[in-house]
Design a protein around this ligand. Structure first.
Ligand code: ADP
Ligand code: MG
Length: 662
């Protein structure tokens, strides 16, 4: 069997150039493109070498295997090299004054003979003709396009027996050349096709027109230096129109009755799939399916990326009609008669490469993940390269596609990320502010601890001696003065003690504590004037939290004292306890004067006080702040000091995690 069955990598991706447009996915008739991290990769086991992806990639990120250098090496080695040129060449080398100048250029490369593949088309057309006229076999799918053959063998293996067991024009021409010129020739096919590279061992290399141009460039061969030269025999007849669609049909010399639907012609990736599917479903009553993967070989991926379909058609037609004017019918008939001895048969084998289709449940799971839960969510927009959302989901499950290929899903995700980003931005700003505050407090803490430590001893000495003097005071005046010294020194020691408390860092002894009891006890150590009423609201099912009870007591009494001091004309002090599963919130609310917006920023700063000298130290709130932070909690304040805006008053809220260390 001449057929090549090993898997050759024909097409590959140039990773750096791939830009996530998914056009190759869309254009691949067999979905042989896998997207990984947004980059396309050709799956060789699935590829049929049609080269659609090469043709459509605007980035030039798809390339095919090139054999330029191997062929040049062989040409330099004194072998008997015979070229076979595909009949689409007039549509490629349009810059030549006469298409036959190409033959001269190829001779300059070192080819001993330059021949026409189209003669193979003449031979093959005759075979198809007799097959068609016999009529007693089943329906026939033409096997002249290698990509179609692979497509049927791999993706419709059940239809393999319908493939005409006739070699392609290329192989037919090769077999005839061996008969005519001997077995020692090395045959190189030159044409517009990538799939041909894997078609047959009977041709040493199948190169594209673009590779032939590369060879001319490497060897410095220019058209103007080469002669116009005729092809070597056998010269082709009507086979030369093969590359424009319906070519083979025209060659067959049968006038198909289109009204009977005997013959179905389809070309291009969409049409051929439709035709084969309909044929497989029994919807087509055709006897002959003429299928070409490209829109005629003139649109093959091995052509230079320029030129329009109909212009190319007319270039081929013009060449053929010119050629047929001086056609030597007798010579052609003689060649055809001689070639009758050549065996033009081949065989095909099903080689199923279909992937298992995932079950509906799995497909629905992917769709749900992509936010498609209702039928109206299935937009089938095609941006991912798949025809429908369901096909995309199938490909995701088969490992060929990624979620992010779905445009609506990705846009939605982008919106969410922007929202998240905005939120974290705000959080970051808050955290930065908190950091600034605590840094400031830490510095103040260090400074005050130093000063307090130094002042503590001298104050102790003053207290001791003034007390001694007080005991021996001779008269009331002196006693009164000394009494004042003792009192004021005591006051200094208190301030110093407060400073030391404030500077005490990270020293908490956490014990499981009943917070409700603690709050009630804290009220007992604050002097509450008779014009202030106290309310305690408890909404706790579990009053326990791990805290340092002594320190928290200090924080609470400070807040309660502040509240009372803010209500000189009386009011209500309200304590509210609330909970969440892992935290307890204590709110201390008063109906006092409130804090002015200007002061809001400064109340936690050490030594900030609005109270008259001798009354306030400005150390209460910084101390509270430090204690709450050591419990990994938060302290917030809201206040109103403007009666025109509503009732005045202040609320401090402490949020304490039940287990600060976990
Ligand atoms: P001090 O009570 O010694 O002034 P604090 O640090 O306890 O120091 O408080 C700082 C300042 O914050 C107070 O002087 C006062 O202006 C303001 N303040 C604190 N708590 C209240 C409150 N409940 N109502 C009104 N103002 C308050
Ligand atoms: Mg205070």
């Amino acid at each position: 069997m001449a057929h090549n069955s090993e898997i050759k990598q024909l097409v590959f991706t140039v990773k750096d150039l791939c830009r996530m447009c998914f056009t190759c996915v869309r254009e691949c008739p067999v979905k042989a493109i896998r997207i990984i991290n947004g980059q396309a990769e050709v799956v060789s086991e699935r590829c049929i070498g049609c080269g659609n992806c090469v043709r459509v990639c605007r980035q030039g990120a798809k390339n095919f295997v090139r054999n330029t250098h191997q062929v040049l090496d062989m040409l330099g080695n004194g072998k008997r090299m015979v070229a076979m040129v595909a009949p689409s060449f007039p549509a490629e080398f349009t810059e030549l004054d006469r298409p036959e100048r190409l033959v001269g250029m190829m001779r300059s490369l070192g080819f001993e003979k330059v021949t026409e593949v189209a003669f193979g088309a003449d031979l093959v057309a005759q075979k198809y003709r007799s097959l068609f006229l016999e009529g007693d076999h089943g329906a026939v799918i033409s096997s002249d396009c290698p990509a179609i053959v692979y497509y049927v063998e791999h993706y419709h293996p059940e239809l393999t027996h319908h493939l005409a067991r006739i070699v392609s024009p290329m192989v037919a021409a090769a077999r005839n050349l061996r008969r005519k010129y001997g077995d020692d020739i090395t045959i190189v096919f030159v044409g517009p096709c990538i799939a041909k590279k894997a078609e047959s061992d009977e041709v040493r290399y199948a190169i594209t027109f673009t590779e032939l141009r590369e060879m001319f460039a490497i060897k410095g061969i220019k058209a103007e230096d080469c002669e116009v030269s005729a092809f070597d025999p056998p010269l082709a007849g009507k086979g030369s129109v093969f590359p424009i669609s319906h070519g083979l049909l025209q060659n067959m010399g049968v006038t198909a009755d289109l009204t009977r639907g005997d013959v179905v012609v389809a070309e291009g990736r969409v049409n051929i799939k439709d035709a084969i599917n309909e044929f497989a479903n029994g919807a087509l009553n055709a006897r002959h399916l003429e299928l070409l993967c490209c829109e005629g070989c003139i649109m093959g991926p091995g052509m230079s990326p320029k030129g329009n379909k109909y212009e190319r058609r007319s270039q081929v037609s013009a060449y053929v009609s010119g050629k047929l004017e001086n056609f030597d019918q007798q010579a052609w008939e003689n060649e055809m008669a001689e070639a009758e001895a050549v065996d033009l048969s081949t065989s095909f084998a099903p080689r199923d490469r279909r992937m298992q289709r995932p079950d509906t449940e799995a497909i629905n799971a992917v769709l749900t993940k992509l936010g498609k839960t209702r039928p109206s969510d299935l937009l089938d927009c095609g941006a991912c390269g798949y025809d429908s959302c369901i096909e995309h989901a199938v490909a995701v499950l088969q490992g060929l596609a990624e979620d992010e290929m779905c445009l609506p899903y990705t846009i939605e995700k982008l919106h969410q990320s922007i929202e998240h980003l905005n939120l974290s931005n705000a959080e970051l700003a808050n955290a930065r502010e908190a950091l600034r505050q605590s840094e400031k407090l830490a510095h103040m803490g260090q400074l005050s601890a130093g000063i307090a430590h130094e002042l503590n001893n001298p104050l102790g000495v003053i207290t001791m001696y003034s007390n001694l003097l007080l005991d021996d005071a001779p008269d009331d005046q002196m006693r009164h003065d000394l009494q004042l010294i003792v009192e004021q020194t005591e006051r200094c020691r208190k301030i110093v003690g407060g400073l030391l408390n404030f500077a005490r860092k990270n020293q908490v002894r956490l014990m499981e504590t009943d917070v409700e009891k603690l709050v009630n006890r804290s009220l007992q150590s604050v002097v509450i004037p008779s014009n202030v009423s106290v309310e305690v609201e408890v909404e706790l099912t579990d009053p326990y939290a791990y805290i340092d009870a002594d320190q928290m007591m200090q924080a609470l009494t400070n807040l309660e004292k502040n509240a009372v001091e803010a209500m000189p004309a009386g009011g209500t002090l309200r304590l509210v306890l609330k909970e969440k599963p892992d935290e307890i919130t204590i709110s201390i609310c008063d109906t006092g004067t409130g804090i002015s917006p200007d002061n809001m920023d400064r109340i936690f700063t050490p030594f900030f006080t609005t109270k008259e000298v001798g009354k306030g130290t400005g150390l209460g709130l910084p101390l509270c702040y430090g204690i709450v932070k050591m419990h990994k909690g938060q302290i917030n304040v809201s206040s109103n000091n403007q009666p025109e805006k509503g009732p005045t008053g202040t609320t401090f809220t402490i949020v304490l995690p039940r287990k600060p260390l976990s």
